[in-house]
Design a binder for this molecule. Sequence first.
Ligand code: MG
Length: 444
Amino acid sequence: MTALRAGAASDPGRVRAVNEDSSLVAHPIFAVADGMGGHRAGDVASQVALAALKAASFEPTVEGLREGIRAANVAVFERASNEPELRGMGTTLCAVAVVRDATAEGDGEAEAADGEERIAVANVGDSRAYLFRDGELEQLTHDHTLVQTMVDDDRLTPEEAAVHPQRHIVTRALGIEPEVDIDTWEIVPFVGDRFLVCSDGLFNEVDEGRIAAVLRRLADPDDAARELVRLANEGGGRDNITVVVVDVVDDDDRAARASSALAAEPPTTAAREPDLAGFSSPAPLVDDTTIVNPVAVVPPPAPRPSRRQRRAARRAHRRVTWRVVLFLLLVLGVLGAAGGAVWWYGRNTYFVAFDGADVAVFRGRPGGFLWFEPTLVERAGIARAEVPASMVDRLEEGADQGTLDEAREFVANLEAQIDTVGGGSPAPTTTAPAVTIESTTTTS
Ligand code: MG
């Protein structure tokens, strides 16, 4: 069974006198509400909503959670309707709860209907739920705000939205209408997962990198929640700040089973008995509704259901594999290029030298290079004894020539020199054909 451990913290911030945020830590449901309205109506709205959610007796399913939030909406709406001083009040509500996934409402994957426990995430407004898993922080919910709508329509970048003067205008909240649209998601929980539920007073002051760093550093959920509130105040504290951190401390070996399933590619579905009674109440549970004060805002959702996350994990796995393959190909390419350069240097050059009693043209480097030994290309048709004394040393060492044509020209010049020294008429320097190895025998 899934066991959770939760911690929470809330603070009015450094500007507002009243904390209109509220939080609920009452296993198996955890929530944050950010109230809005004149005077003290905002804190009433958030408290009424969470009290109603807590009191609602709903089935531990996603639909049950939606039912509880609808009850909370009605409770706020009726108070606002019946008490003139509370007219117009509303609140965001973002909740996570342990539920049983008992229906096959998913996208067709069998694992959606296995009856196992899930973490349901529900959202109305601009508070947020995040999942911190494997060191990465992922926003699960999608803000219900004017600026988010503009971002969705490509009229604003997320960076512009973060500092937009109208970023606090919410497009959806509890208590405004008798009915409310609720975004929900289901996440398969694994040991080590941390769910963060918070009001906008946190993420408007502390960027996600710093939030993740705190969740990475502080294992105790209470410590983490308090530190996040402290950082939000340090960043300005311009709004009420409320943070609930919910840790998955036992997943009934689901993580191990999921690893096996992932390794086997298509993931398997182990149908297990629903164990609703087993919502173990883990460690210290701060119970009850706490109030904090707000400035209205409501967040929307855009979470990844567990199935999508698994597919993403598999895609990531494949990406890693391709990276490895590309890296190996790159290494092989570099090695091939280096080998080619060595081969070119060692083999693609010529020199003229003595071969016993004769002069010959060789391919390679005089004396060889690395493992490339020079090879005889053709004899020059000149005897060693004919070579002028001035050229003997050079031919002993081997006269480098870039190409076979240059080597042949060198031989031709050598023949011309011999003819001249020998008193004969100067030979043309461009002829003096060499004798190829195949057609030649000896010289004299
Ligand atoms: Mg707020």
